[in-house]
Design a binder for this molecule. Structure first.
Ligand code: PAF
Length: 285
């Protein structure tokens, strides 16, 4: 695996290839990321990943400084997963001057759910993803693919919209959420949890599945949904969690569903000081 620390190195390493398949990350890699690398392998003639902890997508009280940075171990995992090129720019390389030009996704998709609880998050994500796409794809001669995990369901949806609205010639592919044997969605932030919290963390997926089942059982009535959401929230609170939201939405844009829409159940909640998110596409429950 070649490691490019600068844009110039990246372009040099990419030059012989035509069809890049790209997996952007913030490092601290787990099997979810590695599954994306493997999924990307047959989709391009070169597999690239990036590791960049993007300050722009962290709020002032979030974990930018303490976000786990495990570069050596990440390189080893990427190598074993078959990644060909890693782009690991410093902040100075990717943001040589303050990044004042930003991508502002529309409120109806970016200020709901995650965006409501993490103001500016999707501006930071879209801005860095747009910039990373420019770095990786701008000189590609053929089909371009980028892969994102469905664990960050809203992120995947927002990026798909950005790419289609901006006519960016990039295919966005979603990868299934990888889970522990007990069903906990893999996340870099699971590393913050104590052994007891790791057990307790399973509650989030259980409550989400129950919420989806209750919503289907009541005939997908959105007035009833408000009551079901409140019940789910109080169940989490009784177990010591601080939930942000637990809801059922339609997959395409995460608005309230209408009959016939494909559904996704999503939630975010804090256990101690760690914020976890999870979701299930309802047909997969
Ligand atoms: O999902 C992530 O790890 C990040 O949001 C991403 C897409 C790498 C942008 O920083």
């Amino acid at each position: 695996m070649q490691i490019a620390y600068t844009l110039a190195e990246l372009r040099q390493y990419l030059a012989p290839f035509n069809h890049p398949a790209f997996v952007p990350t913030m490092g601290n890699l787990h099997d979810g990321h590695l599954a994306l690398i493997k999924q990307g392998k047959p989709l391009g003639d070169v597999t690239i990943s990036s590791i960049f902890v993007n300050r722009l997508q962290f709020g002032p009280n979030e974990d930018f400084d303490s976000y786990p940075r495990t570069f050596e171990a990440d390189c080893e995992k990427l190598r074993l997963a078959g990644c060909d090129i890693l782009f690991a720019p410093s902040e100075k390389e990717l943001y040589p001057e303050p990044q004042v030009m930003k991508v502002h996704p529309p409120a109806e998709i970016a200020d709901i759910l995650e965006g409501h609880y993490r103001p500016g998050f999707f501006i930071g994500v879209c801005t860095v993803v747009m910039k990373l796409f420019q770095c990786v794809f701008s000189e590609a001669k053929g089909h371009r693919t980028a892969l994102f995990g469905k664990k960050d369901y809203q992120q995947l949806m927002v990026i798909k919209r950005m790419v289609s609205q901006m006519a960016m010639p990039i295919q966005i592919v979603g990868g299934e959420t990888q889970r522990s044997d007990k069903g906990l969605a893999l996340s870099s932030r699971n590393g913050y949890l104590s052994p007891e919290q790791l057990e307790e963390a399973l509650l989030l997926s259980r409550v989400l599945k129950e919420l989806a089942a209750d919503y289907l059982a009541c005939g997908q009535d959105n007035e009833q949904l408000e009551i079901l959401e409140k019940n789910a929230i109080s169940k989490m609170r009784q177990n010591g969690w601080q939930p942000d939201y637990l809801t059922v939405r339609r997959q395409q844009d995460l608005q309230l569903a209408k009959p016939g829409d494909s559904l996704v159940v999503l939630g975010a909640a804090r256990i101690g000081s760690t914020r976890l998110i999870d979701n299930f596409e309802v047909e997969n429950i």
